[in-house]
Design a protein around this ligand. Structure first.
Ligand code: GLP
Length: 241
């Protein structure tokens, strides 16, 4: 695993943007694995700027997102589809049909999970997968206890995850109880993985991650099984390591 330490959130975002843009310059037909949450927001701002300021084009790029809340349609303001369109996809020259996110409304959910995993194998796996980390070590929505062999599946969200994500909803009860997420195995299929962590609230998780003990109690630890992972961490997130 490659560790890149930076001072703050802004530097983390710029460094990540450099790596993503280099990937696109190396292969204009890249498949990017995208994440939601507040961690990649600065990265997405930089990528939007990169289109006008550095001439980066997403015309041939495809994107595959990690996860979606179950029960929310793509036009729901709290869906991850809406989030991605607002924060990145609607502001770069990508064709929306080249952007993929699980459908939170498709039933039966098991069929949607199978469809999505088949799609990952067909157009992906991603050349570069971006990841944030939950404070409990979740990646995507793979909560503690998830098996290393998991493919795209439906999960019941932990109370702590629902509470952390409640800030995006009008109240905690509106946070969906379930989600569809790429599994650990689906994520590990990616060629290269870029993990971002910023801020004091991630310090404990970064410390545990860097201990390097693989355990299903801490899903991010399975990333140690992959041979091309880069962690970009700022000084607050690194402060306990
Ligand atoms: C959500 C997402 C994860 C993300 C996590 C961390 O649960 N499903 O993919 O990594 O939040 O969020 P944040 O970046 O806001 O700390």
């Amino acid at each position: 695993m490659k560790l890149i330490r930076v001072e703050n959130y802004k530097e983390m975002s710029s460094k990540a943007a450099q790596l993503v843009e280099q990937q696109i310059l190396d292969n204009p037909h890249s498949v990017l694995g995208l994440a939601t949450g507040s961690t990649p927001l600065g990265l997405y701002e930089q990528l939007i700027q990169g289109v006008s300021e550095r001439g980066i084009s997403y015309r041939h790029v495809q994107t595959i997102n990690l996860d979606e809340y179950q029960g929310l349609s793509g036009d729901h303001p709290n869906s991850y589809r809406h989030f991605m369109n607002e924060k990145l996809l609607g502001h770069i020259d990508i064709s929306l049909e080249n952007t993929h996110i699980p459908s939170g409304k498709s039933l039966p959910v098991e069929a949607e999970c199978q469809r999505y995993e088949a799609l990952i194998d067909k157009i992906g796996p991603p050349h570069l997968q971006m990841l944030g980390m939950g404070t409990n070590g979740h990646i995507g929505f793979n909560e503690p206890g998830t098996l290393e062999t998991s493919l795209t599946h439906c999960v019941k969200l932990e109370a702590s995850t629902r509470s952390s994500n409640a800030r995006f909803f009008s109240d905690r009860d509106s946070v969906p109880t379930h989600a569809i997420t790429m599994g650990i195995q689906s994520i590990l299929k990616s060629e290269q993985i870029l993990v971002l962590a910023s801020g004091k609230k991630k310090a404990q998780a970064v410390k545990r991650f860097l201990e390097g003990h693989t355990s299903k109690d801490f899903p991010a630890s399975f990333l140690w099984k992959h041979n091309h992972v880069t962690l970009i961490v700022d000084s607050d997130a690194y402060s306990l390591a």
